[in-house]
Ligand binder design. Structure first.
Ligand SMILES: *Cc1c(COP(=O)(O)O)cnc(C)c1O
Length: 357
């Protein structure tokens, strides 16, 4: 049996990382390579490290542990602010975590002290995207309290944008982050290592020369994996957009009308679908579905194919225009969006096939 698979080219991922790292280095910015979209795949982490990222950023402790077990040697940065119940694991698994809650910091501190160590933390500030982060007005008070905790060391401040609220990084909000970093340093006599300005959505601002000089760190996933900045999803110069490809097998191939026959009702996901009559079409059913991908995020490599939709376990593709015709047993290839890749790399039903070149 040949299961559907995700094929990824490690040489392209490495080259993408090298291009992004070089663009950031010109502005004094170091890059953490973010592997979370690949479910912490060790080969992807190694390719990023070969491409020059200074550390690996992961959102999940399980992924960090998998990477460590696979022998990936790197500094690990935990991206998702940790749950209070996980502080012991966090201190054991990662070198630095992004944090926003005093109770969690107290837990991390106690866990670190039990190991006769200190745990490094980056304080996350919310600049308006309304996901994680300390409200800016509260940063001084928060820092004062955090400094009472002997087991944690504040090594930076950071912010994350364009994730929940869709707020773009700008010279203004990045200058705000720098001002907050300066204020924390001045008030408490700290020297912060990280002023971590964001993710793949910050690349345009950097390239345009609009990033304040004090921002010295970025956490980058999508731009390295898929070769796109994420403000407008434009291809990033010097990177490949097709390092990842999803392939699935044609398991049924029939000519059928484009309009369903019968009384219209809800589909399997509670939506009432809308169809346009394009006459009889050759339709391929493939052996992946919503269980494995975000079907809206699949772009067929053969531009003559068109994704019509998906249910849990089938992807339905119009292959009428393809010549020579598609056959049952053929594999069709798709370039995934971030959401489709996230699902595919997390799906246990898709094989993961790293290749080089
Ligand atoms: C996922 C994540 C990133 C990386 O985002 P990309 O858009 O993939 O570059 C950076 N920082 C945090 C906190 C994240 O959760």
């Amino acid at each position: 049996m040949a299961e559907p698979f995700v094929r990824f080219d490690l040489a392209k991922i490495e080259a993408n990382a090298r291009a992004i790292v070089a663009d950031c280095a010109r502005r004094g910015i170091s890059v953490a390579g973010v592997t979370k979209c690949t479910c912490g795949h060790p080969d992807v982490a190694r390719a990023m490290l070969s491409g020059g990222v200074v550390e690996i950023g992961e959102s999940r402790l399980e992924n960090v542990l998998r990477l460590r077990r696979a022998g990936v040697r790197a500094r690990f940065l935990l991206l998702r602010v940790p749950p209070l119940s996980a502080v012991e694991h966090v201190v054991d698994a990662v070198d630095v975590s992004l944090d926003s809650e005093l109770d969690v910091l107290a837990g991390l501190s106690a866990a670190a002290l039990r190991r006769r160590r200190r745990h490094d933390v980056v304080l996350m500030v919310d600049l308006g995207d309304l996901r994680e982060g300390i409200w800016p007005d509260d940063l001084t008070r928060f820092t004062r309290e955090a400094l009472q905790l002997a087991g944690v060391r504040i090594v930076g401040v950071g912010a994350n944008l364009t994730c929940f609220g869709g707020v773009a990084p700008t010279r203004e909000n990045m200058t705000r982050l720098v001002a907050l970093a300066d204020e924390v340093e001045r008030t408490f006599g700290l020297a912060l290592t990280y002023v971590s300005g964001g993710n793949s959505s910050a690349l345009e601002l950097i390239a345009a020369g609009g990033m304040p000089a004090r921002i010295n760190h970025l956490r980058v996933g999508e731009a390295i994996l898929l070769g796109r900045e994420t403000l407008h999803r434009r291809a990033w110069p010097g990177t490949s957009q097709d390092a990842f490809e999803i392939q699935a097998e044609v398991i049924e191939l029939k000519e059928k009308p484009s309009l369903p026959i019968g009384e219209p009702a809800q589909d399997a996901f509670g939506h009432v679908p809308h169809f346009v009559d394009a006459g009889d079409r050759i339709r391929a059913l493939l052996d992946i579905g919503r269980e494995d991908v975000d079907p809206e995020g699949l772009t067929p490599v053969d531009s003559r194919a068109r994704v019509l939709g998906a249910s849990s376990d089938y992807l339905i593709v119009d292959v009428t225009a393809i010549a020579p015709p598609v056959k049952v047993g053929d594999f069709l290839a798709f370039v995934p969006s971030y959401a489709a890749l996230l699902a595919a790399m997390t799906s246990p039903y898709l094989a993961k096939r790293p290749v080089r070149g």
